[in-house]
Ligand binder design. Structure first.
Ligand SMILES: *Cc1c(COP(=O)(O)O)cnc(C)c1O
Length: 228
């Protein structure tokens, strides 16, 4: 268990100043999370609502919980009271739902738009074309109870440096274009969430501001474990 705190310290010392660590704690026990917490880590990423709700109830209140998985609209309400950042907004309907629920709760929720950059088939994420269209139509910038804080993306799950590097570069370029055209005056639009355990170094080369690292900190996940 001592390894977890060593890992946290390693990232604290080696990540560039402009890149923050999201410790991805999905499928981890509270004990493992507390070890990271006691090493000073406060930002944790979860991808399943039920699991997140259990952890939020029992773990320290100054943890900043980030949601990084596919979020169903009917689960939005339950996380609105406490969620600190939603990385994975992947549809217009989801964004409107978050806005509506946030208004109910008199909160404003920080969100990232998930962009589909990988070559792999995936149901999730906006295409660069679609997000550009929505922004051109001024459809989403004017929502009052969400702050659109940037973009999130996942590279193709492979070992090929040039593929991963190209995909992160694409996300970075899209970020710059969108920022310049639609959020130039907006102080919130500043995050590029990219990079996981296997590819975070490439993401940092491309300007990542949030790396989402799970297994390199907590070890391989055991998906069939019941979370206590
Ligand atoms: C699980 C997950 C991660 C962390 O993956 P690791 O390879 O364990 O670092 C990062 N981002 C998302 C969206 C995830 O679902």
């Amino acid at each position: 268990m001592a390894q977890i705190s060593e890992k946290i310290n390693y990232y604290k010392e080696t990540l560039p100043r402009e890149t923050n660590l999201v410790a991805v704690s999905k499928f981890c026990t509270n004990e493992a999370i507390l070890e990271a917490y006691n090493a000073g880590q406060r930002v944790f990423g979860e991808s399943r609502v039920q699991e997140l709700l259990q952890k939020e109830k029992t773990l320290p209140k100054d943890i900043k919980w980030h949601f990084i998985g596919h979020l169903q609209t009917n689960k939005v309400r339950s996380i609105i009271p406490f969620i600190s950042l939603i990385h994975s907004v992947d549809s217009e309907v989801l964004l409107y739902t978050i806005d509506k629920e946030a208004a109910h709760a008199t909160r404003t929720i920080d969100c990232l738009l998930q962009i589909h950059i990988a070559k792999e088939e995936s149901k999730y994420g906006f295409t660069p074309q679609l997000i550009t269209e929505l922004l051109q139509n001024n459809a989403i910038q004017s929502l009052r109870n969400v702050h659109i804080c940037g973009l999130m993306g996942m590279a193709t799950n492979c070992d090929d440096y040039s593929i991963i590097s190209d995909e992160f570069e694409q996300l970075k370029q899209l970020f710059v274009t969108i920022k310049t055209k639609y959020f130039a005056e907006n102080p919130y639009f500043k995050e590029i969430s990219m990079g996981m355990s296997a590819d975070y170094k490439i993401a940092i080369e491309k300007g990542s501001t949030l790396v989402r690292i799970g297994s390199a900190i907590f070890g391989e996940r055991e998906y069939n474990n019941n979370i206590k």
